[in-house]
Design a protein around this ligand. Structure first.
Ligand code: FAD
Length: 606
């Protein structure tokens, strides 16, 4: 029997979330053959969980909005470490991508005069998030799938890619296996797009689904791509804290956008106590004005609950640490209070936040139209990832492209809510377009049998190790990693803790090479986890090393031993790559010099 089955596509896309699907549609429209591989079923990618909306300066609700304001907001949110060209392309192209989605059948919520409705979100100056209740990601995936299904794209579901293949420094394809039968599959391809999403599952408390292990980012790293900004992790302020089985599950920022307020156990709206200088001029200093803002008063300033996520998360963390937390270690998020402001509040909340209503009713036995929720920070998003060219999305490896959460640059030190879904559309499209162009201009590289044989042999080893005495349990290693990352590389970091984390990662690596699993190859989650450990540990190490390098606090990276921003580090991105000898190299690199016209926009909007 053949050791593997071979498939061939001009462009291979790894990932069927928003970025992968949008890339597939574009590449296919360019006339090349396209294969999409995903390790869950189609329609199950993490993007379906996106709730609040997609950010685009459509200016439907506030005509003062425009790409320049969206650009300036994104740069301010990212604390000016963003790739300015990506931020420019994103702000300019997002409206067209959203309208295109509407033309393909997405049913957005509407303004009274029938245009796409937009809601407020943290860090966005104007109401900017096009949305479908609190199920925007689901509608986005449905629309992309419905549209994509007619484009002649080949879908390979429940296939996990375990290695990228190169010949002569150029991409040549990928090796994977089907989870159903456990058989290997060789994908030959002229261009490959990584669209594998985030990495929340290397932390204990996360809003991310099982699929988000950073696997694709690690595949790219091991193939020679560089990673940047890995220290910047977004801890979303509002995850569920109770019951324990759903700890970390997200509560959309849309709750605060609709007027929800944060209170501590003393009943105080603590967010008014600490407003960063950068945002003082945009933030209301009284409850009444904050409420008017959420109800669309264009002269009102936003309430402090809608400050950037990193800041709100740290304020909640502080309240809990200082003894003013809720019984289960969080803060109260109250939307029920709006009953004192509007007559039909119960109906309004259920209409605007249907998933949140059901989530709390079914999982925590709480009626959010009557009682406050208990919330706390949860690992949500990684701003860092694979370094790409801003225009084409090509990585440092020829023929290898990346888009979506696994790619870096757009968000700098902190992402604004809603800017991920627009990122997927704008840069998914660009990746598809340029990968197709690359595939047209290049021939398929040969793949050596020896390379494939080495990789399949390595992948089979965990079964052989199971017969040894005391093989390590892969699930235990994963759980120890999650616990350690939560404690030492979480929301508050220090040099001492980060060095301890590195030591711990090294020990976990030693254990991982001894991990063994029994059973057969069909749907074997133990086998899957054993192979994934290498990637989770690579991502954990790159985050930790980058966090050590950044001796300051900025955006999603907070150091208790360097609590202030450093002017010098504000000019640097941190870059990680694999040396010839296999070591992880970390270096500060000067950020790109911004174009003058864009600098002026930022200055004007400050
Ligand atoms: P994903 O949607 O995660 O898709 C990744 C794909 O890669 C999957 O198909 C997976 O199977 C596949 N894959 C991964 N590894 C492999 C492998 N080794 N082999 C084969 N396939 C692989 N952002 C917003 O802008 N607005 C929001 O309202 C919003 N709400 C959110 C709510 C929640 C609860 C969460 C957790 C996030 C939210 N985000 C939101 C963030 C946003 O949803 C994600 O950043 C985005 O969906 C990521 O999309 P993606 O296409 O990059 O990857």
């Amino acid at each position: 029997m053949e050791k593997y089955t071979t498939f061939e596509h001009d462009v291979l896309i790894i990932g069927a979330g928003g970025a992968g699907l949008r890339a597939a549609i574009e590449a296919s429209a360019a006339g090349v053959s396209v294969g999409v591989v995903c390790r869950s079923l189609l329609g199950k990618a993490h993007t379906v969980m996106a709730e609040g909306g997609v950010a685009a300066a459509l200016a439907n609700v506030d005509t003062r909005d425009g790409w320049q304001t969206h650009f300036a907001d994104t740069m301010r949110g990212g604390q000016y470490l963003n790739d300015w060209r990506m931020a420019e392309l994103h702000a300019k192209e997002a409206p067209e991508r959203v309208r295109e989605l509407e033309a393909w059948g997405a049913i957005f919520d509407r303004t009274k005069d029938g245009r796409i409705l937009q809601r407020n979100f943290g860090g966005h100056k104007y109401p900017r998030l096009a949305h479908v209740g609190d199920r925007t990601g689901l509608e986005m995936i449905r629309t992309l799938q419905d549209h994509g299904i007619h484009q002649g794209i080949d879908f390979h579901q429940e296939i996990t890619i375990i290695s990228l293949l190169k010949e002569n420094d150029r991409i040549a394809g990928a090796l994977g296996y089907d989870r159903e039968k456990g058989r290997f599959r060789l994908y030959k391809s002229k261009a490959v797009i990584i669209a594998t999403g985030g990495m929340g599952k290397i932390y204990k408390i996360t809003s991310n689904s099982w699929d988000c292990t950073g696997g694709g980012t690690s595949l790219a790293y091991h193939a020679g791509a560089k990673l940047i900004d890995m220290e910047f992790i977004q801890f979303h302020p509002t995850g569920m804290v109770w019951p324990p089985s759903v700890r970390g599950l997200l509560i959309t920022e849309g709750v605060r956008g609709e007027g929800g307020v944060l209170k501590n156990s003393e009943g105080r709206r603590f967010m008014f106590d600490d407003v960063p200088d950068l945002y003082k001029h945009q933030t209301s200093d009284n409850e009444e004005e904050g409420w008017r803002y959420t109800q669309g008063d264009k002269d009102a300033k936003r309430p402090p609950e809608l400050l950037t996520r990193d800041h709100v998360a740290r304020c909640i963390y502080r309240e809990v640490k200082e003894g003013r937390g809720t019984p289960h270690g969080g803060a109260y998020l109250d939307i029920a209070w709006i009953k004192s402001k509007i007559s039909n509040a119960e109906v309004h909340i259920k209409k605007k936040l249907p998933s949140m209503y059901h989530q709390f009713k079914e999982l925590a036995g709480i009626d959010i139209t009557k009682e406050p929720m208990e919330v706390g920070p949860t690992t949500h998003y990684i701003m860092g990832g694979i370094r790409v060219d801003a225009d084409t999305q090509m990585t440092d490896v020829e023929g290898l492209f990346a888009a979506g959460e696994c790619a870096a640059g757009l968000h700098g030190a902190n992402r604004l809510g809603g800017n991920s879904l627009s990122d997927l559309l704008v840069f998914g499209k660009r990746a598809g377009e340029f990968a197709a162009q690359y595939a047209k201009e290049h021939s398929q590289m040969q793949i050596s049998e020896e390379q494939v044989a080495n990789l399949t042999g390595l992948a089979e080893k965990p079964f052989a190790r199971y017969d040894q005495e005391n093989p390590e349990n892969p699930f235990q290693i994963q759980s120890d990693l999650q616990e350690m990352m939560q404690d030492l590389v979480g929301i508050i970091r220090s040099e001492k803790g980060l060095n301890e984390a590195l030591e711990s990662i090294n020990k976990l690596k030693d254990r991982a090479v001894n991990a063994g699993i029994g059973g057969n190859r069909e749907y074997n989650p133990g086998w899957h986890t054993t192979m994934e450990l290498k990637h989770m540990l690579t991502i954990a190490e790159s985050i930790t090393r980058s966090a050590i390098e950044r001796n300051e606090s900025r955006g999603g990276h907070y150091r208790s031993d360097y609590t202030e921003k450093s002017e010098a580090l504000g000019q640097m991105n941190i870059c990680v790559w694999k040396t010839e000898s296999g070591e992880m190299q970390v270096e500060k690199i000067p950020k790109k010099e911004i174009r003058n016209d864009l600098r002026e926009i930022i200055e004007q909007m400050k």
